[in-house]
Design a protein. Structure first.
Length: 307
């Protein structure tokens, strides 16, 4: 379990984290979602003792990272796959971790197998690794101490679709065995397919949190009709809030029955009526963070959600 309690981090006059509170529970994959610069990495750095908070606390299994006796045995961390020593081979990096944590020598082979790095690949220097291979090696290093908790910052970066599926299955298995997983991403689709719980951060503040189902169901109802303008007027006249309106349809912050009734009362023929689910999460993400984004969302940030 990871507990973040009223965490604030200021750099001079700039507030990077503003009273951030959430938990990541055992047996669950918690997705930490937010646009670039929202504060995900800063939160994770505080968790593992790399950044000192201005106020508040972050504990892992009830203790601050610095107070864990053999941290690698309790929490696996991957903050930046490119930060691994470029001049060492993958095998050397794992062997150092194995010796530091006083693990059996077989642990290195086990991890290479787990992340599918071949004998030849593991003997290459990291500077010759692709980003995807670095991510696999980073995940192997995080897992080698068989920790209960995993903290991963953008772990899917650089993985191809098969690699993303592999990682998803690996994290699912880890959580199903009772582990706690916290992973950050600015890719909506990635979080949507992997996470059980979602915490959304924007401008250093938590703007939404809950189970994926709660977050999705709170994203409203998607309704379509030939007369979209009339439809939007009808739901508004019925006292329902329109979350977004485009040529693709209208998303309303209400259940499907209320939206259907409003359209029926106005004599508007509905052509589609359903929970906004995936598209709603994208809409919610954009909305929740719209006035808090420090950088514009890039095309790559949105590409996953278009799937
Ligand atoms: N050492 C620092 N000094 C000053 N500002 C900092 C420092 N570290 C981070 N920040 C600022 O804090 C904010 C949050 O940064 P952070 O790296 O946590 O965001 P993020 O959500 O991880 O974004 P990304 O997805 O781009 O990595 C940014 O505006 C960043 O510029």
């Amino acid at each position: 379990m990871i507990t973040i309690d009223s965490l604030t981090k200021r750099y001079g006059g700039f507030t990077a984290l503003d009273d951030v509170t959430f938990t990541a529970q055992p047996g669950r994959v918690t997705g930490f979602l937010g646009p670039n610069g929202a504060g995900k990495s800063t939160t994770m750095r505080v968790m593992v003792g790399l950044t000192e908070p201005t106020a508040g606390s972050a504990t892992i299994l009830g203790r601050r990272f610095a107070d864990l006796p053999n941290p690698g045995r309790e929490v696996g961390v991957l903050l930046d796959a490119s930060a691994q020593h470029a001049g060492r081979t993958g095998r050397e990096i794992l062997t150092i971790a194995q010796k530091t944590m006083r693990l059996p020598a077989t642990a290195v082979e086990d991890m290479l197998d787990l992340v599918s790095l071949t004998e030849a690949e593991s003997s290459r220097r990291v500077k010759n690794y692709s980003l995807g291979m670095r991510q696999r090696l980073g995940i192997a290093t995080a897992l080698i101490g068989r920790p209960e908790v995993l903290i991963l910052d953008e772990p899917a970066n650089g993985l191809d679709p098969a690699g993303i599926r592999w990682m998803r299955d690996l994290l699912r298995g880890f959580a199903d065995d009772g582990g706690t997983v916290l992973l950050s991403s600015h890719l909506l689709h990635e979080i949507e397919v992997i996470a059980d719980d979602i915490v959304v951060i924007g401008n250093g503040r938590i703007v939404a949190g809950g189970t994926k189902d709660e977050i999705l169901s709170s994203s409203g109802t998607l309704v379509r009709a030939d007369d979209l303008d009339g439809l939007a007027l009808a739901v508004t006249a019925a006292g329902l809030a329109v979350t977004s309106s485009s040529s693709d349809g209208v998303i309303v912050d209400a259940d499907a029955a209320s939206v259907g009734r409003a359209a029926f009362d106005a004599g508007i023929a509905v052509t589609e009526l359903r929970g906004a689910d995936g598209s709603g999460l994208e809409e919610m993400f954009l909305q929740l963070t719209a006035d808090s984004q420090r950088d514009h969302l890039t095309d790559s940030a949105m590409e996953g959600s278009a799937a």
